[in-house]
Design a protein around this ligand. Sequence first.
Ligand code: ATP
Length: 296
Amino acid sequence: MMKQMFSVSALCKAVPMDSLSLFGQRKKEKVVVIMGATGTGKSKLAIDLATHFPPAEIVNSDKMQVYQGLDITTNKITNEEARGVPHHLLGTVPPNASFEADEFCQHATLAVGSILGRDGLPIIAGGSNSFLEALVNHHREFRLRYQCLFLWVHVSLPVLHSSLETRVDRMIQAGQVDEVRQLFQRHDRDYARGIRRAIGVPEFHAFFEAEADGADDSTRRNLLEAAIHDIKDNNCKLASRQVEKIQRLYGMWKRNMHRLDATEVFLKSTRHEADHAWQDHVLSRATRILHNFLYD
Ligand code: ATP
């Protein structure tokens, strides 16, 4: 799965000065922000756009994917999926460290500066709207230096919920239970810090406890089923909450924010059809909007 691509220290390169206009005023540099609920295709859109507008680099804004580990559970992209596009703040923070909006703002601002310093296009992508809101609305340096284009990948909630349930089944098949078992500690019920907050971790506690106690097969099977059920439920609730938050942000940012409806992609039954729908409904539109933002 995902290997660390950029260390946090690699972000600490000198931040370039803004270019100055003819009249000596600061000209804002351009940054793309890709938003959307969990499981809508934000990471894919970020990579697709990065390959269309090279050189581009991606700054992760998912508050769980910043942590090292739990690559299956947090659904980090694989090296293959990254297609050589450099990623920042992806799997770089130690699992128990505190990494909240302040740290995100500081590191994301440095990363954006370093990408622009390499003449690259910075693409911030991830589902943590509180991080984005802190960066764009409350972080003075970021607000003054950068002009943002917001792309919102939307999928109708009933369609997204059913896709999220299938995704959980795929994660289980990919080895999520073994991955999370490594974090289990018999007497530690604190799931309020670091990566242990990720959906897909606390839900397994009772199951691992039963395993440790040598519970019988049927008890363990029931607890595993209950955990999977809760993970599906919590993912669906997360998606609904995230859409509500994005709708609120849309009220503030709508002048620079574009909603891309990817629902059709999720309704296709073959990979081939889904790829075509992605191209037609999401990527071609996003490419046009981004082209206008960069060159108009
Ligand atoms: P909140 O203020 O509710 O934390 P937020 O906008 O800061 O919202 P979200 O990305 O919506 O951040 O994450 C909320 C919660 O959803 C996280 O604390 C975590 O439990 C879970 N979560 C978010 N991203 C993931 C992920 N990639 N994998 C697993 N769980 C996640």
